[in-house]
Structures are given as structure tokens and as C-alpha cells.
Ligand binder design. Sequence first.
Ligand code: PMT
Length: 219
Amino acid sequence: DKKKSLEGKTVLITAGPTYEAIDPVRFIGNHSSGKMGFSLAEEAAKRGAKVILISGPSSLKSTHQNIDLHRVTSAKEMLNKVFEYYDTIDIGIASAAVADYAPKVVASEKIKKNEDTFSIELIKNPDILKTMGEKKSHQFLVGFALETQNEEENAKGKLAKKNLDMIVLNSLRDEGAGFKNDTNKIKIFTKTEKLEFDLKSKENVAKDILDCIETQLLK
Ligand code: PMT
């Protein structure tokens, strides 16, 4: 039997949205389904990797025996779970759409509708991927950038600022890209290269991303 290309590697993947509680009933969230992250997890597992998949609320299930799935709700829970494993991983891929802000205070009871206007004070969440970049030693780190304008410039900025080895750009200006869809259209940037891909199923996008990671690891 041919040795599988990611055998012996441990890959950590974040997926899905995070939900930040407002009260026991409501939360702040986003449209991520988890599909991109779960597709990456399935493909990495098929290639022989041990996969740690840390997902925010998603209706998707993982089936492959190489995938160790941890379900979390908020950004803080995702951060804590990532750092339970961070020292042991070879590759980290951050495909989660993490809420940048969370309510400063979570109401313990359901908030009543009394006033005509109502404000919630938000406080910055930890940046999970940036923290991974700051603590990077041997890990190969891959981020995503979900953009709506100045896409390439923003993606390259995140590559540098978060101390990444690679970043995957998807733009909401491209039809069929980003969340909700079963397809995505990506560009990949390393410190020196730029690769552009066609619109594809997220399963095939996951293959392109992992091919690219494997090529980089061989350099
Ligand atoms: O789940 P799907 O419906 O399949 O959709 C897939 C996707 C569109 C969510 C995915 O392809 C994607 O783009 N994920 C990243 C979304 C995002 O939040 O991008 P960003 O540009 O805001 O963040 C940049 C990077 O930092 C990302 O790798 C993100 O995971 C990470 N981040 C951001 C904020 C934060 N507090 N912690 C983080 O780790």
C-alpha cells in the first residue's frame, strides 16, 4: 500500500461560526455552516492525518474515524479548546468565522422588551489565529480571509499580522463563494506566491488547499 500523504501528521482545524450569548435566549452569530472546515477535516483524514476538528454550532456531522470532533459555542471556548492541543499539532487551519466582538455582560434572565431603543455593549473577543501565530514554533499555520473589499491587500495584511505561513482568501463579491454555498472560489497566498482557483465544490477546494500545504511542507 502506498503511504498516505499526511500520515503521521496531526492537523487542527477550526470550523463554523461562534455564538456569543446576549441572554439565555439570544446570541450574536454569523452565517457560517461549517461546511468548509468539515470538508478540510474529511480530506485531511482521508490522507491519513490525525484530525482535531474544533467546531462552533453546526448541523454537520463528521464520519471519518481519524477525526476527533469537539463542539464549542463561543470564541473563548474555541480558543481554550485550540490551546489544549496546540503544542501537539503539525498543521493548524483556521476556517472558523469567529465573532470579533461579544456582549460585555450576558444577562442572566431573558431581556424584556420595554424601551424603544436598546443597546448592547460589545467587547473584543480574543483573536484565536493571531494568538496561535504568536505562540508558533514548529506549526505550519493556515488562515482564511473572508473579505468584501480590498480583498488581496487585506488577506496579505492578515498573513503578515497573524504570523501565518499561508492564507486562503474568499470574497463575498464572487458568486458562489464564502458561506451558505456548497461551493467556494479561493486565492491562496504564501509569503512569496499567489495561486488562483476556479469555483469548485468545497470538497474539491479542500483538496486544493491541502495539496498546497503539502507542497509547502516539502520545500
Ligand atoms: O462554514 P461555511 O458556510 O462553509 O463558510 C466558510 C467560510 C466563509 C466561513 C470560510 O471559508 C472562511 O472564510 N472562514 C474565515 C471567516 C473569517 O472570520 O474571516 P476573517 O477574515 O474575519 O478572519 C481571518 C482569520 O482569523 C480566519 O482564519 C479566522 O478563523 C481567524 N479569526 C478571526 C477572528 C478571531 N477572533 N479569531 C480568529 O481565529
